[in-house]
Write a protein that binds this ligand. Structure first.
Ligand SMILES: N[C@H](CCC[C@H](N)C(=O)O)C(=O)O
Length: 272
């Protein structure tokens, strides 16, 4: 399945057990020698929520949360009849997320809104070793030559957001690994490169921790809109243009929570 091009292999953990998800993710995410994906998502029973997710990047590392995957899980469990509810709770390593499913004419899930919770700014919780309470538009020199102002936001997983220009031409394969593995990020980071198009539209390319450049990142889009608001670039409801499509993000003033809305698509099913 994919959420605007951010594709994962989804496994129904009610029926299948993966003994070694790390090796599975590494092996089958390979686009030439495996199935090909940005990683692995396992849908599991939960004690307190309707469902639980575990998500592994293409390098086998486990992430706390994935916005695009949470929408696809909503589609998976509803379309397959694992639930008939259109409002669901999902247990993740970043806490409980609430999903609202919207059906298309075919009565299958087309769009999902996810309550992604409150953004986190405290340096120690990002985590970053930069010795300031929070990191907003902070000048940083990477590899003693690349200078960027970064804003750090955790959506349960770490994001460094960089506002810049000419992102189409950026050599992400070169700069991405540098920011991802910088010593200031003890658990590495996802990095978003943002061009502000207007007060309600931004364009984003993302280098994901553990998976490299992907066509979209839901938590990254949320972190970027929060960063755009904090830096005075956009309003609280903003459309994010990604390589794979668009996401609508709203950071509500009333409850301080971030709401992510976008599509979810099933590509194929198979047995290995
Ligand atoms: N693509 C995902 C995020 C994956 C984040 C992962 N790369 C990490 O290590 O945190 C999303 O839609 O939110």
């Amino acid at each position: 399945m994919h959420g605007i091009g951010n594709d994962y292999i989804y496994v129904n953990g009610f029926e299948e057990t993966i003994d070694d998800p790390v090796s599975f993710a590494i092996c089958y995410s390979d686009r030439h020698k495996g199935i090909g994906s940005d990683g692995l998502v396992i849908i599991l029973p939960s004690d307190d929520c309707d469902f639980k997710m575990r998500m592994f990047n293409a390098d086998g590392s486990e992430s706390e949360m994935c916005g695009n995957a949470s929408r696809c899980i909503g589609k998976f469990v509803y379309d397959k009849g694992l639930t008939d509810k259109t409002e669901l709770t999902l247990e993740t390593l970043a806490g409980v997320k609430k999903l609202k499913l919207f059906l298309g004419e075919d009565k299958l899930v087309e769009t999902v809104t996810v309550d992604m919770g409150e953004p986190i700014f405290e340096s120690g919780l990002i985590p970053t070793t930069i010795n300031k309470p929070s990191i907003i538009n902070e000048p940083v020199t990477f590899n003693s030559e690349i200078k960027y102002n970064i804003t750090c936001v955790s959506m349960g997983n770490p994001h460094a957001v960089i506002f810049t220009t000419g992102i189409d031409k950026l050599d992400l394969n070169k700069i991405g690994p540098v920011t991802e593995n910088a010593a200031i990020f003890p658990r590495r980071t996802n990095t978003e490169f943002i061009e502000v198009l207007s007060t309600d539209r931004i364009k984003m390319r993302v280098w994901e921790r553990g998976s490299g450049e992907t066509m979209a990142c839901g938590t990254g889009a949320c972190a970027s809109v929060v960063a755009a608001v904090l830096n005075g670039h956009t309003g609280r409801k903003t459309t994010v243009e990604l390589l794979g499509g668009e996401l609508t993000i709203e950071w509500k003033e009333s409850d301080n929570r971030v709401y992510l809305t976008g599509g979810a698509t099933t590509v194929f099913e198979g047995t290995i």
